[in-house]
Design a protein around this ligand. Structure first.
Ligand SMILES: CCCCCCCCCCCCCC(=O)SCCNC(=O)CCNC(=O)[C@H](O)C(C)(C)COP(=O)(O)OP(=O)(O)OC[C@H]1O[C@@H](n2cnc3c(N)ncnc32)[C@H](O)[C@@H]1OP(=O)(O)O
Length: 229
């Protein structure tokens, strides 16, 4: 991510941590988030007695107090170093440090196309045994936003339209997105989420906008962030 973009928009934090240190810390933060995710699942599904719940709660409160001894003043934000490594550990879908986020790796198979496979467990339930409709929307918004952006320009969701065609059972799911149309600052992305190999459970169309305030250059590839700012 380029220096100028971060400074111009003030949305990204230039954090000059060497890449190997970022990677070491990311591993540690991810491992903790995995354990906390497990804790969330165990909390939802536990049937232990009330006094055992209270005892566990006291231990969890102790762990929270230890983590609070050194904290960022606000959310994690999106950070980047001058080696081009960026990290967004708090993101609601792909944040490596966010136990609320399902563990998702979005694969970009060329510019304008992406997919991801993940398992959505008890923490993402809406109708009994089914994925919450808002969770499907959240997951789709992320993959569609990343697809529109391709990490080469800033895009924001303008309008997201969803068609819930059939319930999506909790368990392994797959989502896919691709750019369908692009005109000036407007990028239309189509996407779907469902059980792998079956018809889509939710289909989505989104209009993603390169904000009027984003620094832009018009290149032969279309609108993109200027390499030189
Ligand atoms: C290198 C960077 C890497 C970054 C990593 C990215 C990864 C991303 C992953 C993140 C994934 C998570 C993603 C998230 O969660 S993004 C978070 C959710 N989205 C937002 O918070 C967006 C809030 N809205 C805004 O900031 C502004 O309204 C935006 C930026 C959207 C437009 O404000 P701007 O000042 O730019 O617009 P304009 O007034 O010049 O209008 C321009 C044209 O667009 C038309 N229009 C305007 N608004 C809408 C609309 N809502 N639907 C349909 N059309 C709309 C308008 O009529 C006009 O058309 P025309 O008259 O020209 O025909």
């Amino acid at each position: 991510m380029h220096d100028n973009l971060g400074m111009t928009m003030g949305m990204f934090i230039h954090d000059e941590v060497p890449t190997d240190e970022v990677e070491r810390r990311e591993k540690a933060v991810s491992a903790l988030a995995d354990s906390v995710r497990d804790l969330v699942d165990a909390t939802i599904r536990t049937t232990v007695a009330d006094d055992e719940l209270a005892a566990v709660r006291a231990e969890v409160d102790g762990l929270v107090a230890r983590l609070r001894t050194a904290q960022l003043p606000g959310p994690a934000g999106v950070r980047y170093n001058s080696e081009g490594r960026s990290w967004n550990w708090g993101n609601a879908v792909v944040g490596r440090g966010n136990a609320v986020a399902p563990p998702v790796d979005i694969v970009h198979d060329g510019f304008g196309s992406a997919y991801a496979e993940m398992t959505l467990g008890a923490a993402y339930e809406g109708p009994p045994g089914m994925v919450h409709g808002g969770v499907s929307a959240l997951m789709l918004d992320q993959i569609m936003g990343e697809t529109a952006s391709g990490f080469r320009r800033l895009t924001m969701t303008g309008t997201l339209t969803l068609r819930y065609r059939r319930p999506l059972p909790l368990g392994p799911v797959r989502m896919e997105a691709r750019i369908a149309h692009e005109e000036g600052r407007k990028i239309t992305v189509e996407a779907q989420i469902g059980v792998r190999g079956e018809d889509a459970a939710v289909e989505a169309t989104g209009l993603f906008l390169i904000p009027s305030w984003a620094p832009l250059a018009e290149t032969e590839q279309g609108w993109s962030r200027s390499a030189e700012g």
